[in-house]
Unconditional design. Structure first.
Length: 171
């Protein structure tokens, strides 16, 4: 049975925040403090354009729930999240898993599909009990993380150069 969503609402825990938690905890902290540089990244812009142009014939697109969940496409039995590449796929899986988790709390059961239109690939994501535990642990950790007065140290990762905060962290 799903746990309370009090902390999800009070943390304003969006899918993007869940994604960032699995990418980099410093990135999540900075983003949560309103230091938002992603809109300057060409990759993010390209991702948004792909999202808007990839499935023009789908009827139900971009659904937002309680300002927390922004699902790219909703079908009868699935939700679909459109991604530019398979890099950092774990974060994408947990993001769509979080949407499934949130929907389950509202009594809605669906499966998730990660779509990579540029690669002509997709991946099915099912909300397993294991994923629920992982998400609930992540939510607890996020609560601790964003209450910290300063961000975690910048630790260089292979993908830092593609991150919008690169200059901020290492410039
Ligand atoms: S540049 Fe690297 S350390 Fe800094 S926020 Fe981005 S991923 Fe994290």
């Amino acid at each position: 049975m799903i746990k309370t969503f009090e902390s999800v609402d009070s943390l304003h825990l969006t899918g993007v925040k869940i994604n960032y938690f699995f990418v980099c905890k410093r990135k999540l902290w900075l983003f949560d403090r309103g230091i938002q540089m992603e809109q300057e990244s060409d990759r993010v812009l390209l991702g948004k354009l792909l999202d808007e142009s990839s499935y023009p014939r789908r009827k139900k697109r971009r659904i937002t729930i309680n300002d927390l969940i922004a699902i790219d496409i909703v079908d009868e039995d699935s939700i679909r999240e459109v991604k530019y590449s398979q890099a950092l796929e774990k974060a994408s899986i947990m993001q769509i898993g979080y949407y499934l988790y949130y929907l389950r709390s509202l009594g809605i059961e669906k499966k998730g599909i990660l779509s990579y239109p540029k690669l002509r690939k997709s991946k099915e994501v099912i909300l397993t009990e294991e994923m629920v535990c992982e998400l609930e642990d992540a939510i607890k950790e996020i609560e601790k993380l964003i209450s910290q007065p300063s961000p975690p140290e910048a630790v260089r990762k292979p993908y830092c150069k593609k991150c919008a905060y690169f200059e901020f962290c290492f410039g």
